[in-house]
Design a protein around this ligand. Structure first.
Ligand SMILES: [Mg+2]
Length: 370
């Protein structure tokens, strides 16, 4: 089988409320879907996560032409060709996100051609239901955040993650956490994500201030390369630290576990290099004593790929799940996505189990300029 064409398709979903973290404010969610076509008529679906101003061009002008002629049933070879066949290396960022999208689409094609779900090719599905936490509670009015968090718990989630730490928001952030903790009760895990917004001194002071709300973990308090800082911070604070969504490839991740920089490692399948890289990262990090809990803020394509990997790699814990209805998400699963009691079911049909129908393409055509 050969890849004959790689298509990039930008779709978007406007947001009813802005999504704000410590660094940015988003009013629309954009997705660059990647369709890998083959000479057999089989098509694979990927999602090029990354800077949305760049992704479509990276796919159309650089990676797509490089992938044509390769065999999608050998995703490792496709990865090698796209990542390491040039003298000028791109070891991270948007190019690796683009490679990840094509690699994931190749697994989709390979599994469809074999008539099995992707998890079977990753070593075999060892579990059908994946435990998940409710994510993507971005900073907002304390009462609204508390009510939304309580709604997630009512849906069955036992862990909820919020994004805080924007400059000038310290006092309000404490009010937000107080309101959320009160709304969800003492037993539900409450993760706090700072999206790399602080330096070591600020993060330590902030961590000490929020300790009374018993965080389950503090995520990305520092820039992603300051692994020593994460290690130091975890020694100072009475709760675990998490990081990893801004690291790329097994080579880029290695310093995170030699020695372990914190308790939780969070690779993202659409950023770290795809399923093959992610599987190596999961196994090596786990062997070094870290707990791998995947980052997953994307479309249903990233969700499906992560579900299949988690089905095969049982040691992975707590899928990041977006229950906000703001992504192009559940509707990509033609058989429906089962979410029940804080768990998500692994798709069982051949491939990833996701499809981008003409109706969805029409529904989410870009219309705004923000
Ligand atoms: Mg995060």
């Amino acid at each position: 089988m050969k890849i004959t064409q790689v298509e990039a398709l930008v779709l978007e979903k406007p947001l009813a409320r802005p999504q704000r973290n410590s660094k940015a404010c988003r009013r629309v969610r954009r997705f660059t879907f990647v369709l890998v076509h083959t000479d057999t008529g089989l098509t694979g679906l990927g999602d090029a996560y990354g800077d949305q101003a760049l992704m479509a061009e990276i796919i159309r002008r650089r990676l797509g032409p490089m992938a044509c002629g390769l065999d999608p049933c050998r995703p490792g070879q496709v990865w090698e060709h796209l990542f390491s066949s040039r003298a000028f290396w791109e070891p991270g960022g948007s190019v690796v996100c683009g490679i990840s999208a094509i690699e994931v689409a190749c697994w989709d094609i390979w599994a469809k051609s074999e008539g099995v779900p992707v998890c079977e090719l990753l070593g075999g599905g060892r579990r059908e239901w994946i435990p998940a936490y409710a994510s993507d509670l971005h900073w907002d009015e304390p009462a609204w955040m508390a009510q939304t968090a309580a709604g997630f718990v009512q849906q069955g989630f036992q862990h909820v993650k919020c994004h805080l730490g924007a400059p000038g928001q310290w006092e309000q952030d404490l009010k937000r956490l107080q309101a959320i903790r009160q709304a969800i009760g003492p037993e539900v895990g409450l993760m706090v994500d700072l999206n790399t917004g602080m330096d070591r001194t600020q993060a330590l002071r902030f961590g000490e201030a929020i300790a009374e709300f018993d965080p389950f973990w503090l995520e990305e308090p520092l820039p992603p390369w300051d692994l020593e800082g994460h290690r130091w911070l975890e020694e100072q604070l009475p709760f675990p630290i998490a990081t990893g969504e801004n690291l790329y490839t097994v080579h880029g991740f290695r310093p995170a576990w030699t020695p372990p920089c914190c308790t939780y490692l969070m690779p993202d399948v659409l950023r770290c290099g795809g399923l093959g890289q992610m599987q190596q990262i999961v196994r090596q990090a786990t062997a070094a004593g870290m707990i791998v809990t995947p980052h997953n803020y994307s479309s249903g394509v990233g969700l499906a790929a992560t579900l299949h990997l988690m089905a095969a790699e049982e040691q992975m814990q707590l899928l990041e799940f977006d229950p906000t209805g703001t992504a192009i998400y559940e509707e990509l699963f033609p058989q429906g996505l089962e979410v029940e009691g804080g768990r998500v079911r692994v798709p069982s049909e051949p491939g990833l189990g996701v499809e981008l129908s003409p109706e969805l393409i029409d529904r989410y055509q870009p219309r705004s300029r923000t």
